[in-house]
Ligand binder design. Sequence first.
Ligand code: DGL
Length: 295
Amino acid sequence: MGADGPRGAPAGPLVPPRLRPVGVFDSGVGGLTVLGALRARLPGEDFLYLGDTARLPYGTKSADTVARYSVQCAGLLVARGIDALVVACNTASAFALPALAAAYPGLPVVGVVEPGAAAAVAATRTGHVAVLATEATVRGGAYARAIERLRPGTRVTSVACPLFVALAEEGWTDGAVVHAVAHRYLDAAFAAADAPDTLVLGCTHFPVFAPVLREVAGPGVRIVDSAATTAEAVAALLSARGRTPRDDRRGTLRLLATDGPERFARVGAVFGIAVAPGDVELVDLAQPPPAAGTA
Ligand code: DGL
């Protein structure tokens, strides 16, 4: 075949491949912290975000349930048509990446645990890191393993903070209740003489508490999360696959939720994503998804 096409026939106009959105999911609004960093890093890309609000929280569930829910979330996004998937949930990243790779071979998938661990090892000077995460993420030990891989010998103190998920979904990010909960979770780890010097927010719901956590943990403690490093990882992945930055346009955003779209829109504003209630589409993961390209 020559450059002109089969048997020398003149080639038709070159139609660039249709670029599809990057899919992003979390159990709820938490992944919006990652979405914000993705949109800042890749402003020309379109994003399709799903919050599985009907089944939140993931962080108290078993590994098998989290993997099954995650495959269902990805299935809906894949059916709508996406070019890559960001698992903007640490709990799902800890348990579902193998199941997602098996269910959707060929789909590039980026989780948030490795990028969060990379941010933590880059920040720590003393080699003692605190990981705040859901019960399931702490139980599974994914952060401790990822940090050990990146910087062997790092000491990791993990603290399960399930109430922060409920507070974030409520849109409560400050005030007496949040301070009391933060003290209850952090005081034991940060009162010690050999306290961690770095605190990694190992749940995507937690970055909204950073100002309170800074007060409670102490001014010398570095607070990091996975949002910026995940956005870098996604940019590198798209570029490695030959996708040039779409700098000539402003990307679009579509938001989906499995329950309470009005609530999602309201709390989404706390997470820096301003949307009107009518802009969040209610979806049902139990229904067969629409065929790709028809949405
Ligand atoms: N945002 C999710 C995470 O990063 C979990 C919240 C939940 O428990 O559903 O782990």
